[in-house]
Design a protein around this ligand. Structure first.
Ligand SMILES: CC(C)=CCC/C(C)=C/CC/C(C)=C/CC/C(C)=C/[C@@H]1[C@@H](COP(=O)(O)OP(=O)(O)O)[C@]1(C)CC/C=C(\C)CC/C=C(\C)CCC=C(C)C
Ligand SMILES: Nc1ncnc2c1ncn2[C@@H]1O[C@H](COP(=O)(O)OP(=O)(O)OP(=O)(O)O)[C@@H](O)[C@H]1O
Ligand SMILES: [Mn+2]
Length: 310
């Protein structure tokens, strides 16, 4: 943990907690329509806390994925991890961290998923291939499953199993696995959408064992070959991502009532990427699977219904 000697006055960050939350909001507005819409559906008192988590995750991701990623080294991530420890010790080191310090003081948020996410970003520094799905699964847990854990701590779970007197000793079910699974499902969809972009950076997230199973080579992938081998390989990847979505869906009803609509909405919006890839005949090399805003809005009534009845 970063040690801040008592003799040195603690750094005062010249930003109020409210201003810091505004900065977090600006980041989510800039980077993600899906998750911004999702957070607008979260009850107001919880909303800004999800923004604070988003801002930290986005900044972590930007270290290895953003424009400045060329200068990111393992030491950059060491420093980022020290900054994280400082946040959890109650000492923000910059104006965006102020909000997260406030958030973790109000909710039972564990530091481990944050550390795990940094470990995931470290993987991006030293590897650009995954042999097996098991290896990719670990990466997906780290960079995205962790977000499920962080957000669930803010959204809360439904404790209504305790409302009947004969249930008073029963602990509410905590949908930890489903929360992680939803993050992984999103990451798998994200990977399939970005195959072309990643290939241009020399990265292949689709497991090598899957390429081999469909007799599709790395050279084919770098050339952007869309043929029957590629289509079959993509159908397989899409089916797997949908299995993760299906498992995650089962956990939503255990969340607190006000969290179900935002989670259903973002699940339905983000998973539409898979449908669009199919509609684009699996060409993820020269066409971006972009989910138009009107499709996101159109899905809201169905998300609302699912949040009420499922
Ligand atoms: C409505 C709500 C609660 C939203 C959560 C918002 C949040 C805190 C998001 C953080 C996302 C983030 C920046 C993660 C960093 C790593 C990363 C980039 C992951 C990818 C996201 C996609 O973003 P985008 O398309 O903008 O990516 P690029 O531009 O390509 O960089 C991910 C695919 C992962 C996102 C994972 C989640 C939002 C976790 C979802 C799980 C839950 C909310 C738990 C629900 C609980 C149950 C029981 C099912
Ligand atoms: N085909 C397209 N038509 C219009 N705008 C597009 C298109 N493709 C990409 N864009 C622009 O690129 C940005 C990033 O696209 P992306 O698919 O990541 O959507 P997003 O708004 O970030 O939502 P999400 O949270 O689902 O990723 C969009 O906000 C949009 O402005
Ligand atoms: Mn996006």
């Amino acid at each position: 943990m970063l040690q801040l000697p008592d003799s040195i006055p603690r750094m005062k960050i010249p930003v109020s907690v409210d201003e810091s939350y505004k900065l977090c909001r600006q980041l989510i507005v800039k980077y993600s329509t899906t998750f911004y819409i999702g957070t607008l559906l979260v009850d107001k008192p919880k909303r800004k806390h999800i923004w604070a988590i988003y801002a930290w995750c986005r900044r972590t991701d930007e270290l290895v994925d953003g424009p400045a990623s060329a200068i990111t080294t393992p030491e950059t991530l060491d420093l980022w991890e020290q900054q994280l420890e400082s946040i959890f010790a109650g000492q923000p080191l910059d104006s965006i961290d102020v909000a997260l310090v406030d958030t973790i003081q109000r909710f039972p948020i564990d530091i481990q998923p944050f550390r795990d996410m940094i470990a995931g970003q470290r993987m991006d520094l030293y590897r650009s291939r995954y042999e097996t799905f098991e290896e990719l699964h670990l990466y997906c847990y780290r960079v995205a499953g962790t977000v499920g854990l962080m957000s669930t701590a803010v959204m809360g779970v439904d404790t209504s199993t305790n409302t009947a007197p004969w249930n008073c000793h029963q602990q509410p079910y905590i949908p930890t696995e489903e929360a992680i699974t939803l993050g992984i499902a999103h990451q798998l969809a994200n990977i399939l959408r970005d195959v072309g972009e990643d290939a241009r950076r020399g990265r292949i997230y689709i497991p090598q064992e899957d390429l081999a199973r469909f007799n599709y080579t790395e050279q084919d992938l770098f050339k952007g070959v869309v043929d029957d081998r590629w289509r079959s390989l993509m159908r397989f990847q899409i089916a797997r991502a949908r299995q993760f979505y299906a498992k995650a869906e089962k956990g939503i009803s255990y969340l607190s009532a006000d969290a179900r609509l935002p989670v259903w909405a973002s699940l339905m919006h983000y998973s539409r990427i898979l449908n669009i890839i199919e509609r684009n005949d699996y060409n993820v090399f020269t066409r971006r699977a972009y989910v138009p805003q009107w499709q996101k809005l159109r899905a809201l009534p169905a998300a609302w219904l699912r949040a009420q009845v499922l």
